[in-house]
Each structure stands twice: as structure tokens, then as C-alpha cells.
Design a protein around this ligand. Structure first.
Ligand code: ADP
Ligand code: ZN
Ligand code: ZN
Length: 749
């Protein structure tokens, strides 16, 4: 028998002696603190010819029954003590193929997560080793002929029955539900007479409609240059960075490369930051590749995800477009991986396993020997630095497709406007909005804060109304008349008196989208305005509705948080206004400058994308900040050079790797003590290539009643530090009061 051992997987197996049976080494999920070890079970003879590595089985475990992944099989394994037997083999085909089995090992090694977590994250819920939830396969009943054509004349048929028979003869089997619409009684009669028969088929829940007509474009010389460069390396592991300004035709380049890849019988993965926010890229791919495209994202139900996954595994599609987890699409012959907006933070998973989709993409591009293309108008400093060093090949699309160029950006100093009494909108922005309303063009307004007022405080004593569970100010939401915590969801009534000094002079500070919406309605009572943020898009499909209605010009103004900044391509948008360009500058994170530059460049890129010229107004209290200045001048390189100087001086990425060690405890004192011990321990290991900062309290020092402390490691060589961290995690493994979280290459600190 063929004993497929997953490549690169080795486990501590129980030592087994004497006997003559087949045993399986299986991995189970055991609650919050699992163990990285397999358990051994006997494979009953009935299963010997069915069971394969990568399948799920049901096993007895203590008093419970658990689902487990089979990671190894041993024939003729000797055994001298009682092993329990596998109860059931769940799958007909392995859910983890050889590639995913070894990819899981890589994820566990590089993110320091448990192997079981790595496997679970790669699979849709229906295929995880979990016993509690079942996701069904949808079945549909079809009807088909049950007699030879020549026999038909032997039967007396009603006109309705005849119509049904004609349909089946002409078009083959039909959905039962469609035929009963013609005549339910005829269907019944035909079935009882056994003239027709029922066939139950597996179907997919996901039905896709595409309305967009595919318009073939004449590729520009710049686009062709990029395409040809990638084409030269289609059968190689090779990373490319495509630096292309907004509207430079990157998506067209992606489609051309994908078309080339599938012509060779291979498959393509395209990642986008958040699929419901970028519906246009999906419809463009659909219009060109029709049913070859599967979609994977968090907006799908578990059943729908399972269906899309099966289409991929069965190779019924050759393209998948999806958010982060689509990087695990089980294609067997990948020809290219494309990551659009490669700088986006959504590609890093924030809880275990803390993997980055780009790292997974590199691993798979090596495994399949295919290129990896990272596209962005504002590449992360890390990837641009790699491109400069030649680790990635740099490709560029420096110009917009339309000959209008990038939109003109005007910076407004809000310090001056405040003096004039303009708290929310500068005079210029108001004038420009008026102008667009008259011309019947459209406006996008960005404010990266939701709610009505973001701080409620007492000027008398300085008290701020904070969440009792988290170290964060509550935001007032006027529509529901509640104070809300944006971290834990805590809600309470608005104060009428200060909790601290009893003063009733409670002030609201800080503006959110709800307040700006109210002000806009006052200023422009005739304008049709729509707000898009988490609060207005909780219903399924809400994003799509708002965006479609905006595209169809049901609205003049789209106001929203950063969710409106990405990938939208609306020809009538000629004005983009940023209400407060500083929201991301004020975040205490070394990447705040980079985030601000990215966000402003991105939202600016929504203006004037087609025939009409666009312009952008950014309101700010920091008009001289280089992030804002460079965004104004569309000057990526200028930003890159300035920011790199800071990164080098302060020894931040990409000059040093960063690792965040977070110490979590419900008990402040215990957490503090543990963090000091860990800080001391790490500091004694410091060498020339390694710096340890802290311990300190995290930026949000309490979330959901858990205190958070952290140490920050900067190092030149991650591989040297990882064993130390493994030890640390092991040391606290059984400590119920302290949790250690290690985040390697954190995206937020
Ligand atoms: P990006 O992805 O860089 O933002 P897109 O691929 O969306 O750019 O291109 C911007 C617009 O230009 C789209 O409407 C697209 O259809 C159009 N476009 C792209 N390439 C061409 C081309 N070669 N000729 C004409 N129009 C093009
Ligand atoms: Zn007070
Ligand atoms: Zn809270």
C-alpha cells in the first residue's frame, strides 16, 4: 500500500511495538491551548482501502468523539498496548492534499501557531475538523426520460405531458421544479407510469449574474511591456512588483496574464483586499472569463463557500478571486498568483494563525514554480525596498490610461478655517460641492471615523466617557442614541452629568460620519446623499446596493469611511474631498505616515478616472506633513525616500524585522510582573543584531477587560529569534492566568 507521508511533516508519534495492524496518526483540535502532537489509532480492516492521508476521521477521545485529520498511516505497525480504533472515515477524498499538508507545517513554523490552527484556517468550515457544525451539500431533483424514444408512441399523453416529454427529448434532463410549473399532475402521472425518472444531482448555491459586457481594449505600449516581462517567466518562481498609479490599467494587465495562464491549462489566484468593496474587479473578470471564475470571501454563507471550494478542488473553474483566505484555494496547477493592492493590511490575519497572504503566495509560487505579481499604486515600503534591491522585479505603469493625468490636489489648512468659523467644511470644499451639484457630477467625501461625535467629555474636570471594558473613548451614535465602544461593542446611554464631578456641562468633541452627514444635509438640502460605513452596511448586500445606486447616479454624494477609498471606478466622480486628512496620522504606530499617504493617494485616485477631469481637496491640521504633501504631489518616490530615512534612523522595517510579544492577563498585577520577567529574559539575549524594547502597556492597554503588555523585538535575523520565542510560548503553555501572543512582522503595534 502506498503510504503517502506529507512532505516535511514529522511528529512525535507514540512508540508502538509488536502486532500487525494499520495505524493512523491523527491531529485533533483541543480547545484554546491545543497540543502539537498526533495521536495514534487503529484503522479497522473495513477502512484500510479507503483511508488516505489528509482525510478526516472520527475518533474516540476520552469520553468524547472528535474529528481529526489523518497525517500519517503505518502499515504492519506493531502495537503492544491498547489503541482505540477509528470510528468513521468522513471524506471520500483527502481535504488536505500533499501541498496543503506541507504548507500547514510552514505556517506553523513561521507564525508560531499550532499545526491544527494552520490546517483549520486553510479550509472552509464544511471541511474543518470540527464536530459541531455541519454544512450540507445542496441537492436538486432533475427529471429525465426513462424509456426509449421509440416507445413513446405506445403511450397516451395529455397535451401538458407531451410538452414535458418534448422538452426532455430536445434539451435533456430538466429541473423538476421547472417541469412541475408546466403541470404538476402530468409530472406525477409520468413518474408513476415510469415514463420519466427522478435523478438527484449535487448543485451549487452560488449563482452568478454578470451584466457587464466585455469590451476588448487595445493594450497600451506600457501595458504590453509589463505583460511581456511577466510572460517571459511564466514557468518560474518569480516575484514582481507592479507599481502603477490609480487608473493606469493594472486590472487589464491582470486579465491578460490570467488569460495567458489558462490557455496553458493552468490556474490563477487573484487576491483583492475586501471583495464586497471591489465589486468592479469581479464583474470585469466575469465578463471576460464567464464561468471560469470562483469567488471566495467573508460575505458568503458557509454553504456558498463550500460550493466555491468544491468547484476549485474539482477544477471546474480555473480562476479564483477572493480576499485573504483565497490564497489557500486548492488548485493543483497554479500558473500565476496576483495580489492587487499588495500593500493592504487586510492581507495579514490578525488572530491565530497570524499569516500574511503574501508570504503564503511566495511559498505557493515556489511550490508551483509560477510567478507572483504584487500590484499597487502605493507599494508598502517593505516591498518597494525589495524591488530596489532586485529581490522583486520592478515593473511600472507611470501614467493614467486617460490622457487627463492624475487629479489636482489642493490642501486646506483647517487651522485657518476654524478661525473663520468653519468647523467641518472649508469654504473651498463647499463651493466645489455646489459646483458639482449644478453640473450633475458626483462627489466622494472621506471621513475615517464613524458615529456622531467621537469623544464625550467634561471640560470642568477633564473626565472622558470611556468604555468600562476597554481603554478607549466611547463614540456617540445619534441615530440609536447610544454611546458605543468600537472595540468590544459595549453600549450605554449618553451622560447628562459628569460621572466624576456631577457637572452637567458635557461636551461632544471629534466628528464622525453621522455628524458630517447631518451637516451636509443642512448645507445641501436638495442633494441626494448616501453614507457608507460599518453602521449603514450591516445587512448582507448593503455595500453592493449603495455602490450600484451611486453608479447609477441615484446619489450625488457618497460619504464614507476608508471603505470607499478602494478600487471604485465611477466615471461621474469629479470631486473627492477628505474631511480630515489627519485621522490616520494620529495613530501611535510607526506606520501612521505610510497609512496616511496610502489612504490619501487611494481616495484621490477615485476622481476623474475616465473622460471628466477630477480634483481633490484634502482638509488637514498638518498641511506641512510630508505624507500629506507627497500625496498632494502624487509623489510616491518622494514619500518613500523621506520615510526610509526615518525607518533607518529608528531601526524600523524594512531595515529591521519586528516581532511583537504581547502578554495578556485579566489580572493587571500578574500581567505586569510576567511582562517584566519576559522583558528581562529577552534583554539578556540581546546582541548587535537585536534590540528589545519594553515591556510597556500596549497602545490599547485594556480590551474586553484583558490587560495588554508588550515587548517589541527588532532584529536582523528572525530565524535566530524564533527558537527563543518558541521556548517562551512553551514556558507559559500551561499557565492559565497569562497568555502570550507572538506576532511576527506585526502590521499594527
Ligand atoms: P487600475 O487597475 O490601475 O486602477 P484599470 O485597469 O481599472 O486601472 O483601468 C482604468 C480604466 O481604464 C478602466 O476603466 C479600464 O477599462 C480602462 N482601460 C484600461 N486599459 C485600457 C486600454 N489599454 N485602453 C483603453 N482603456 C483601458
Ligand atoms: Zn467632570
Ligand atoms: Zn469596549
Amino acid at each position: 500500500m502506498d503510504l503517502k507521508q506529507p512532505r516535511g511533516c514529522f511528529f512525535i508519534c507514540d512508540i508502538i511495538k509488536v502486532g500487525d495492524v494499520m495505524v493512523a496518526n491523527v491531529l485533533v483540535e483541543l480547545g484554546a491551548k491545543p497540543i502539537n502532537k498526533t495521536f495514534t489509532y487503529i484503522v479497522p480492516t473495513d477502512f484500510i482501502n479507503i483511508i488516505k492521508v489528509g482525510m478526516r476521521v472520527k475518533v474516540p477521545f476520552g469520553k468524547k468523539q472528535l474529528h481529526a485529520f489523518v497525517l500519517g498511516l503505518e502499515d504492519n505497525a506493531p502495537t503492544d498496548y491498547e489503541l482505540k480504533a477509528i470510528i468513521e472515515v468522513i471524506d471520500e477524498q483527502p481535504v488536505l492534499n500533499e501541498e496543503l499538508l506541507s504548507l500547514g507545517k510552514y505556517i506553523s513554523d513561521t507564525t508560531l501557531c499550532y499545526l491544527i490552527q494552520a490546517y483549520q484556517v486553510m479550509l472552509p468550515l464544511a471541511l474543518k475538523a470540527k464536530i459541531n457544525k455541519r454544512v450540507n451539500i445542496k441537492k436538486e431533483t432533475y427529471l429525465d426520460l426513462n424509456i426509449e424514444l421509440a416507445e413513446i408512441d405506445n403511450y397516451q399523453l395529455s397535451p401538458a405531458a407531451k410538452r414535458i416529454m418534448d422538452l426532455l427529448i430536445d434539451k435533456g434532463s430538466q429541473k423538476k421544479s421547472d417541469l412541475t410549473k408546466i403541470s404538476a399532475s402530468s409530472v406525477k402521472t409520468l413518474l408513476t407510469k415510469q415514463i420519466i425518472k427522478e435523478i438527484v444531482k449535487e448543485t451549487y448555491r452560488t449563482t452568478h449574474h454578470h451584466h457587464l459586457e466585455y469590451k476588448k481594449v487595445e493594450l497600451t505600449d506600457n501595458q504590453l511591456k509589463v505583460i511581456n516581462e511577466v510572460k517571459k517567466h511564466l514557468n518560474k518562481e518569480k516575484p514582481f512588483l507592479l507599481h502603477g498609479v490609480t487608473g493606469s490599467g493594472k486590472t487589464e494587465v491582470y486579465m491578460e496574464l490570467v488569460s495567458e495562464v489558462i490557455k496553458h491549462g493552468k490556474q490563477a489566484i487573484i487576491l483583492v483586499p475586501e471583495i464586497s468593496l471591489t465589486p468592479q474587479i469581479v464583474s470585469r473578470f466575469r465578463s471576460r472569463f464567464n464561468d471560469h471564475v470562483a469567488i471566495l470571501h467573508s460575505g458568503l454563507s458557509d454553504g456558498e463557500k463550500y460550493d466555491e471550494w468544491r468547484k476549485i478542488a474539482r477544477e471546474e473553474v480555473s480562476i479564483v478571486i477572493g480576499a485573504r483566505s483565497a490564497i489557500f484555494a486548492p488548485f493543483k496547477n497554479l500558473g500565476i498568483i496576483i495580489i492587487d493592492e499588495g500593500h493592504s493590511t487586510t492581507y495579514k490575519q490578525e488572530n491565530h494563525p497570524r499569516y500574511h497572504a503574501i508570504e503564503i503566495a511566495k511559498w505557493r509560487s515556489h511550490y508551483h514554480q509560477c510567478p507572483l505579481l504584487l500590484g499597487s499604486a502605493t507599494p508598502s515600503l517593505e516591498s518597494y525596498a525589495r524591488a530596489k534591491k532586485g529581490v522583486y522585479q520592478l515593473l511600472s505603469l507611470p501614467d493614467r490610461i486617460n490622457d487627463k493625468g492624475l487629479p489636482k490636489v489642493t490642501i486646506i489648512d483647517m487651522k485657518d478655517e476654524i478661525k473663520k468659523g468653519n468647523r467641518y467644511f472649508s469654504t473651498l470644499l463647499i463651493d466645489k460641492i455646489k459646483d458639482r451639484l449644478v453640473k450633475q457630477e458626483q462627489v466622494i467625501l472621506l471621513l475615517n471615523r464613524r458615529g456622531y461625535s467621537t469623544i464625550v467629555s467634561c471640560p470642568n474636570c477633564g473626565f472622558t466617557h470611556k468604555c468600562p471594558n476597554c481603554d478607549i473613548s466611547l463614540t456617540y451614535h445619534k441615530k440609536i442614541n447610544m454611546m458605543r465602544c468600537h472595540y468590544c461593542g459595549y453600549g450605554t446611554k449618553k451622560l447628562t452629568k459628569c460621572l466624576n464631578c456631577d457637572s452637567d456641562d458635557i461636551r461632544e468633541l471629534g466628528i464622525g460620519t453621522e455628524k458630517v452627514e447631518e451637516q451636509l444635509t443642512k448645507l445641501f438640502p436638495d442633494a441626494k446623499l448616501v453614507r457608507m460605513d460599518i453602521d449603514t452596511t450591516t445587512r448582507k448586500g448593503a455595500y453592493e446596493h449603495i455602490l450600484t445606486d451611486f453608479k447609477n447616479e441615484k446619489y450625488n454624494i457618497l460619504l464614507g469611511t476608508q471603505m470607499i477609498a478602494k478600487g471604485l471606478d465611477f466615471p461621474k466622480v469629479t470631486l473627492v474631498g477628505v474631511i480630515n486628512g489627519d485621522t490616520s496620522l494620529n495613530i501611535p504606530d510607526f506606520r501612521s505616515g505610510e497609512r496616511t499617504f496610502q489612504l490619501l493617494s487611494q481616495v484621490a485616485g477615485r476622481a476623474g478616472r475616465q473622460d471628466l477631469e477630477g480634483e481633490v481637496i484634502i482638509q488637514t491640521y498638518n498641511p506641512d506633513h510630508y505624507s500629506i504633501e507627497c500625496a498632494k504631489n502624487h509623489d510616491y518616490l518622494g514619500f518613500y525616500n523621506q520615510e526610509m530615512i526615518i525607518r533607518r534612523t529608528l531601526r524600523y522595517p524594512p531595515y529591521y524585522f519586528m516581532i511583537l510579544v504581547r502578554i495578556l492577563s485579566k489580572d493587571y498585577k500578574l500581567g505586569l510582573e510576567a511582562s517584566q520577567k519576559i522583558g528581562d529574559y529577552l534583554k539578556q539575549l540581546v546582541n548587535d543584531d537585536m534590540i528589545v524594547l519594553g515591556p510597556s502597556t500596549a497602545n490599547l492597554y485594556k480590551i474586553n477587560n484583558i490587560y495588554r503588555f508588550q515587548c517589541l523585538i527588532k532584529c536582523k535575523d528572525k530565524a535566530k529569534v524564533i527558537p527563543i520565542l518558541k521556548d517562551l510560548i512553551n514556558h507559559y503553555e500551561h499557565n492559565q492566568k497569562i497568555n502570550i501572543e507572538v506576532d511576527i512582522d506585526p502590521i499594527k503595534i
